[in-house]
Design a binder for this molecule. Structure first.
Ligand code: SAM
Length: 262
């Protein structure tokens, strides 16, 4: 099956959205990492699997000064961008299904807006489990589509977009059963609730709630309009949204921290 999500990904199209999404999510993630510090020493190592532009990788790495940071992504464009932006970190072009690292070689794994895109989730989770050392941590940040509330028309657009990709929008719950069925414990979980009754000038954090403006909210899903197959429904949504006939009430992003038992 061709991967219409990935095939349509290009730096030019994805950069503004991913950059804005990373900065928005980091507002809440920063608070999360402050209240639940991950006890990893300076000589440790972190791997961001599906690191994209590497913006979130770099922001998260601020919480672990002195640790070795690696980002891996399947897209050569993304890796090239990350390399130029953060040359001190290591950037690897590769596939999660076959990670080019030895067993137990990382202390922390990071996944962000990633698992929902994977065709063979279980295989990928096993591969990530292989490279994480016992006692290591997984920090997972994924959209929670069941808790996200949008108008039914927009829901249809998001659903159709999800159907085009090979991944599964239920990845969050599937990953949870995988980890808890293995030797992992959930350290903590926090939902960031992003509502759209704020200002477009700047997001407003009242942890774990974040307020953004209507147009900022639209920009989070506007990439869906690039896919020819979704043009009609996208344009219908856009027109109604601009007339304020329909709305996005809230996006929910789940942050989960797991520890692999030693
Ligand atoms: C929505 S982006 C998220 C990027 C980044 N984590 C962030 O939060 O901005 C998903 C990323 O996963 C990468 N990706 C998709 N399938 C992959 C695979 N099998 N192995 C490695 N990376 C993959 C894509 O190239 C893309 O950069």
């Amino acid at each position: 099956m061709s991967d219409l999500y990935l095939d349509s990904l290009s730096l030019q199209e994805e950069m503004p959205r991913l950059a804005a999404q990373s900065r928005l999510v980091y507002l809440g993630l920063e608070e999360f990492l402050r209240s639940h510090p991950i006890p990893i020493k300076n000589e440790g190592s972190l791997l961001d699997v599906g690191s994209g532009l590497g913006i979130l990788t770099a922001l998260v790495s601020r919480h672990f000064p002195g640790i070795h940071v690696t980002g891996l992504d399947k897209s050569t464009d993304m890796i090239r961008f990350a390399q130029v932006s953060n040359p001190k970190m290591e950037w690897v072009n590769g596939d999660v299904a076959s990670l080019p690292f030895s067993d137990a070689s990382f202390d922390i794994l990071l996944n962000s807006f990633f698992l929902i895109h994977l065709p063979q989730l279980e295989k990928s989770l096993k591969e990530m489990d292989r490279v994480l050392r016992p006692g290591g941590y997984i920090l997972m940040i994924e959209p929670d589509q069941q808790a996200t509330k949008v108008d039914p028309l927009i829901e249809k657009l998001i659903h159709s977009h999800g159907e085009l990709g090979p991944g599964d929008r239920k990845a969050l719950t599937q990953a949870e059963s995988f980890y808890l069925g293995k030797a992992y414990e959930m350290i903590t979980q926090q939902e960031l609730i992003i509502t759209t009754d704020g200002s477009d000038d700047a997001p407003e954090l009242n942890y774990p709630n974040i307020k953004i403006g209507r147009m900022t909210a639209w920009s989070m899903i506007s990439h869906m309009g690039q896919l020819m197959n979704l043009r009609d429904i996208y344009n219908e949504c856009l027109e109604s949204y601009m007339k304020k006939e329909i709305s996005i009430q809230q996006f929910v992003v789940s942050i989960r921290l797991y520890r692999k038992k030693a």
